[in-house]
Design a binder for this molecule. Structure first.
Ligand SMILES: Nc1ncnc2c1ncn2[C@@H]1O[C@H](COP(=O)(O)OP(=O)(O)O)[C@@H](O)[C@H]1O
Ligand SMILES: [Mg+2]
Length: 444
């Protein structure tokens, strides 16, 4: 069942229940009203008979139906007496069938006044039995219920018609309401389906206002925007990566073709080409490893934990010292804990230390300090030219003097990614007296 049909049925059902409920209630009100009025007529007539001076027969209807006890034509009356057990006085013909044991009981004073309904010669009657003016008598006043019943029957038919019309109207209204209420949902659905079909992330949903559906549309637009940016970044990365991979691959191929053709013949030259080959291979490996690292950073599922930053630095230093035995790494550290992904933080720190080691002259000193969720790495190498500073954190960017050294140009962009994902930052500062100083801050 479609959602729209459900809304239609719910709206129509609610209105229909209200209409039918109102009709039923109205019927019972009318019924009670009519019967109460009829009862009052019977009781008033009885009172008139008992107290002729307050407007009984003779008084009010001097010329009424002759000999009339009730003084009215729509109701009839008779007096029942206990002595005889019969009717002592009546409007017209005494109706013996109404002299019931109950009526006798009222006449004898052993029961209070009461109403009873009965059927006489095919017509429904309501009878009011009350104690008579004289001892040992009871007054019976009755009238036909049939006119009331026929009014009620007619009312039933009319109300049923009204209710039926009401239900039809409710169904029509329900359809209109459902269509109007679900129009924004329809629009949203069609846009979502279009995006799913065309993969066009630049599509947007028209969202105005501040209601729930507009907010949903706005959130959806935001999601599309975020997806679009992410997709663009990924495409950019793939494009850049392929470009960067092509250079060492071309170089590898040229060298291999050279060797395949038996060139160069000179043994020393041959050796130089082979060394070049190994270097290119190394460049490729680093590039691929860094790319994998960059891709892994996109995974959000790595566990976040409390990380002792000083311990991460100590561990990273052990590895870097092994790779750069001619560089002296000094460290000043204070215990400091941050919350983050251990492997990512370790990777960022290692990248900074590796750069410092790589760019340090033989016997150079790298000063490392750790405190308050911050790592600072300072070397005494060539440093970074001010005009290059804005580019150091860009993907694949390498200074022109870095071409002969191994690397991918991804190291610092990974550091930046890690810092930002941890709510921190990484900055390059000019170090007095030459060299570079990187400061990695991670939110505590
Ligand atoms: N400590 C440093 N001293 C001088 N230049 C540096 C230093 N660290 C980074 N750079 C420059 O920034 C560039 C990008 O660094 P990075 O992203 O780590 O790439 P890679 O180390 O693979 O070349 C390097 O190629 C280099 O030109
Ligand atoms: Mg590097």
């Amino acid at each position: 069942m479609s959602f729209r049909l459900r809304v239609t049925l719910l709206a129509a059902g609610a209105v229909a229940v209200a209409v039918v409920g109102a009709a039923v209630l109205m019927y019972f009100v009318v019924q009670t009203q009519l019967l109460t009025q009829f009862n009052n007529t019977l009781q008033d007539t009885a009172n008139g008979v008992q107290n002729p001076r307050e407007g009984g027969p003779g008084g009010r209807f001097p010329g009424g139906p002759q000999g009339s006890l009730s003084g009215r034509s729509d109701v009839a009356a008779q007096i029942v007496s206990t002595n005889t057990g019969t009717v002592s006085r009546s409007d017209a013909q005494p109706v013996v069938a109404l002299v019931t044991p109950g009526a006798i009981a009222v006449a004898s004073g052993s029961a209070p006044a009461y109403f009873f309904d009965t059927t006489l010669e095919g017509s429904h009657l309501r009878v009011w039995v009350s104690p008579g003016a004289q001892r040992g008598t009871a007054l019976e006043v009755w009238g036909p219920l049939d006119p009331i019943e026929s009014i009620l029957a007619e009312t039933r038919v009319r109300l049923a018609l009204v209710a039926f019309a009401g239900v039809l109207l409710a169904a029509a209204l329900g359809t209109v309401v459902a269509r109007a209420a679900l129009a924004p949902v329809q629009h949203l659905t069609s846009v979502v389906e279009e995006v799913a079909r065309t993969r066009d992330l630049s599509r947007r949903v028209a969202a105005t206002g501040n209601d729930e559906l507009s907010r949903l549309a706005a959130s959806f637009n935001e999601m599309l925007g975020a997806l679009e940016v992410s997709l663009r970044q990924q495409r950019q990365l793939v494009a850049d990566a392929s470009h960067e991979l092509r250079t060492p691959l071309t170089s590898l191929r040229t060298n291999l073709e050279l060797l395949a053709r038996g060139h160069p013949t000179d043994e020393t030259e041959r050796h130089a080409v082979l060394t070049d080959l190994v270097n290119q291979m190394e460049r490729l490996s680093t590039l691929v490893a860094d790319l994998i690292d960059l891709a892994r950073d996109e995974e959000a599922s790595l566990p976040v934990e409390d990380v002792r930053l000083d311990e991460v630095v100590t561990d990273a230093l052990a590895g870097v010292r092994g790779r750069y035995p001619n560089v002296l790494f000094t460290v000043v550290s204070q215990p400091t804990t941050i919350s983050g992904v251990r492997s990512r933080v370790s990777r960022a720190v290692t990248n900074l230390l590796d750069n410092a080691g790589k760019w340090s002259p033989v016997g150079g000193v790298v000063e490392v300090s750790v405190a308050d969720g911050e790592v600072s790495v300072r070397d005494h190498g060539p440093g970074i030219r001010p005009e290059d500073a804005p580019h150091v954190f860009d993907r694949f960017w390498r200074a022109s003097n870095a071409r002969h050294l191994p690397g991918s140009g991804l190291g610092l962009s990974i550091v930046k990614d890690v810092a930002e994902k941890h709510g921190g930052s990484v900055t390059l500062e000019p170090a007095p007296g030459g060299g570079a100083r990187f400061r990695l801050r991670l939110a505590a």
